[in-house]
Design a protein around this ligand. Structure first.
Ligand SMILES: [Zn+2]
Length: 334
């Protein structure tokens, strides 16, 4: 099933769009069933928040390749950072096979692009794990897991944005291995008997509380994030990927190709920089999104929820303790 159809079915299934007064209801949105249709009340629209409500919290955007977060979650990462998160970008592969030039040149230029992605999204620092591109299914998952656990403990990561580890039809081993290893690392980082040498070195166990999972294929979507105020940041992050991907400088290339045919598209403006930005916004993220990114248009998705631009996730957050609530309501003096 194409993702566009999946979303259509999801909507046709009658799932309700939940939204709290502050638009950010923290709840455990784990699926009641694995069917592709979230239960009524389980879809939350996450709207822009005032001020810096996430101040003091730490976000890790984890991607196999320099273009993954910009493609599918750039608006949400920019939103969370602008609302107070301290953010870090972790890239697991070396991107040696994506782009022109020799493998060495490709690695170097993608590394530079990835740094620019972090800057565009307001992320503080980049960690490159450097596993070979397209070969993550051959690595030691246990080794990568320990490296991610180390970073989660070191940085005290509260929230992760990554590929969905359980999305079917994902063909790229870098994507599903990174996602599955990340998911295990998120909870294992909080266990004090895992890698006790970390604790001896001064790191404390620290588990991840919130996960935003994005996918290229069918996914149980239970959170729609309104990225309207950050869509230009998302454009900026995609502009940064000049070496690989379907965004970068393709707008200028299209403008040049049309000019050779004595043609122009008014929507692309009158210079290369404008052409690149308008191409990303109107074609890459919207009109030709399915062809260029493999997912429905951000604008079309937003429209279905009464928003201008949106991104979709399977969100998993902390479950409220019913025991704590019960004690608070029922405990009496001895
Ligand atoms: Zn990728």
């Amino acid at each position: 099933m194409q993702r566009r159809d999946f979303v259509a079915q999801f909507l046709a299934g009658g799932a309700l769009v939940g939204s709290s007064a502050d638009g950010m209801t923290p709840h455990n949105a784990a699926p009641g069933k694995i069917s592709g249709i979230a239960l009524p009340g389980e879809v939350v629209i996450e709207r822009p928040l005032r001020g810096q409500p996430h101040s003091g919290k730490v976000l890790a955007a984890i991607q196999p390749h320099a273009d993954d977060i910009p493609f599918f979650a750039g608006g949400t990462v920019a939103k969370l950072v602008s609302e107070g998160y301290t953010g870090y970008l972790i890239r697991t592969s070396n991107d040696e096979k994506a782009g022109s030039g020799t493998p060495g040149e490709t690695i170097l230029s993608n590394e530079g692009d990835n740094d620019e992605v972090a800057k565009a999204l307001g992320l503080r620092k980049v960690f490159n794990l450097g596993y070979r591109n397209h070969q993550l299914d051959g690595i030691s998952r246990e080794e990568m897991r320990e490296r991610l656990i180390f970073l989660i403990r070191l940085l005290k990561v509260d929230t992760v944005v990554c590929y969905d580890p359980w999305s079917p039809y994902e063909e790229n081993p870098d994507h599903y291995v990174t996602a599955q290893v990340t998911e295990a690392a998120c909870w294992m980082a909080g266990m004090d008997k895992d890698y006790p040498e970390h604790v001896a070195a001064g790191l404390l166990p620290h588990s991840v509380q919130e996960r935003y999972y994005f996918a290229r294929g069918p996914q149980l979507v239970n959170r729609i994030v309104d990225i309207t105020p950050w869509v230009d940041k998302k454009v900026e992050a995609n502009l940064a990927n000049k070496t690989q991907g379907g965004a970068g400088e393709n707008g200028a290339r299209l403008r040049s190709r049309l000019a050779a045919q004595k043609l122009r598209l008014p929507i692309l403006g009158n210079d290369d920089d404008t052409a690149n930005r308008e191409y990303i916004k109107h074609f890459f993220l919207d009109l030709d999104s399915k062809h260029l990114r493999g997912v429905p248009s951000d604008r079309e998705l937003g429209r279905q929820y009464g928003l201008e631009w949106a991104e979709a996730f399977h969100y998993i957050g902390p479950a409220e303790s019913m025991l704590d609530r019960y004690v608070a309501e029922h405990a009496v003096p001895l």
